[in-house]
Design a protein. Structure first.
Length: 381
């Protein structure tokens, strides 16, 4: 009779535990995929029945009767509110091929959040980013509540450009700077004092690096702080250097306490040229630059055409403003940018928007903080 050491038994248990967990994960994914497909079919069939009759009262009666019958047989997952969610799902995602592609990747709890978005482009944005970056449901909620779409550069593009970019992301997994860079960045988690210095801000970012990376977005990896660049007889120091894997490019970040100045552009261009020559690897794309300022100085940014290309300028918020003010500011900025791109006369008061930039320092913290979490998915419709 052979004897086994405790180490051997522990290794065997560990191997079997891993096997069980992997199988459970695949089973859960399969169950979720089938539930999503079931809910879509139920929603489509109900919609066909209800839309086949123009009487609103008839539709409500049908849904109520079906809910009573199915709830009696299968429980609360098929009550009236759940059935209406399934109908909304089928309405927003009418193509069965798209649903078939999404269902192995997004859970029903993901889709329940996404179908609450009325704007088709915004809904497409969150669907694709959630799928590509593998957000948990809680992360998706935080991104939506934090107005990620409105803060992403793509939101300021014309609708046709947004649709084209998201279609490319869906079909090819092609990530672009417009989907990566944001404005503003919300850095309330740094808990900076009122009169902070650039050094304090930089140190706080490194202290809270994990949360800062979450605000930057998926795909960023930290490379260096105060990257030294020797150019001739002079030494220059870049505040922060990152690498973005989907873009396959170095990302240089400069922190500015005050208002953006046109001279900041020349400094960043020098850094990007140095990185291009001495740091870029053969398989990488050209480096990108991001200047983070307390005040973006929209007019200079527009004249210098820094809202596209390899160099971007964005503002940051060291405190969360009242949500209503942030929503209004983002809405005005998006409308203003789209009007400029379409060659229309922008009727927005630039001075008023600049004043609101300065006002975005309220203390009402009603946007959820983005903290790393793992949430348990549930499959109740």
């Amino acid at each position: 009779m052979s004897e086994h050491s405790p180490a051997t038994s522990d290794a065997l248990v560990g191997e079997l535990r891993k096997l069980i967990e992997q199988t459970r994960g695949r089973v859960a994914q399969t169950v979720n995929s089938e539930l999503v497909w079931l809910y879509w079919q139920v929603g489509r069939r109900l919609s066909e029945e209800v839309l086949g009759d123009e009487r609103a009262a008839y539709g409500q009666q049908v849904v109520a009767e079906v809910a009573r019958a199915l709830s009696a047989d299968f429980g609360r997952g098929f009550d009236k509110s759940s059935l209406y969610r399934m109908m909304r799902f089928a309405e927003h995602f009418p193509d069965p091929e798209i649903v078939a592609a999404l269902r192995p990747q997004l859970s029903w709890t993901h889709l329940r959040e996404i179908i609450t978005i009325n704007d088709p482009l915004k809904r497409h944005f969150y669907t694709e980013l959630c799928r590509i970056e593998r957000w948990s449901t809680r992360t998706l909620k935080d991104k939506m509540n934090g107005m990620l779409f409105e803060r992403t550069a793509i939101a300021k593009q014309p609708d046709a450009v947004i649709a084209q970019t998201l279609d490319a992301l869906s079909a090819e997994g092609k990530m672009t700077p417009e989907l990566v860079f944001r404005d503003p960045y919300v850095l309330d988690f740094l808990k900076l004092p009122r009169d902070f210095s650039e050094d304090q801000m930089e140190a706080a970012i490194l202290r809270e690096l994990e949360t800062f990376l979450l605000e930057l977005g998926t795909g960023f990896s930290f490379v260096a702080r105060q990257k030294r660049m020797s150019i001739g007889a002079d030494d220059f120091y870049l505040d922060l250097l990152f690498f973005h894997r989907p873009l396959r490019a170095l990302v240089a970040i400069e922190l500015k306490l005050g208002r953006f100045d046109a001279r900041d552009k020349g400094q960043m261009e020098l850094y990007l040229r140095w990185l291009e020559r001495y740091e870029r690897q053969p398989h990488e794309n050209p480096p990108l630059g991001l200047i983070l300022c307390a005040d973006k100085n929209e007019e200079q940014v527009e004249l210098l055409e820094l809202n596209r290309g390899s160099l971007r300028v964005a503002s940051y918020l060291s405190e969360l403003p009242p949500r209503a003010l942030l929503e209004r500011k983002l809405s005005e900025s998006i409308a203003y940018a789209r009007a400029r791109k379409q060659g229309e006369h922008a009727t927005f008061d630039r001075e008023v928007i600049d004043r609101e930039d300065l006002a975005l320092t309220g203390n009402v913290q009603d946007i959820p903080k983005r903290t790393p979490t793992i949430d348990a998915e549930e499959d109740t419709p």
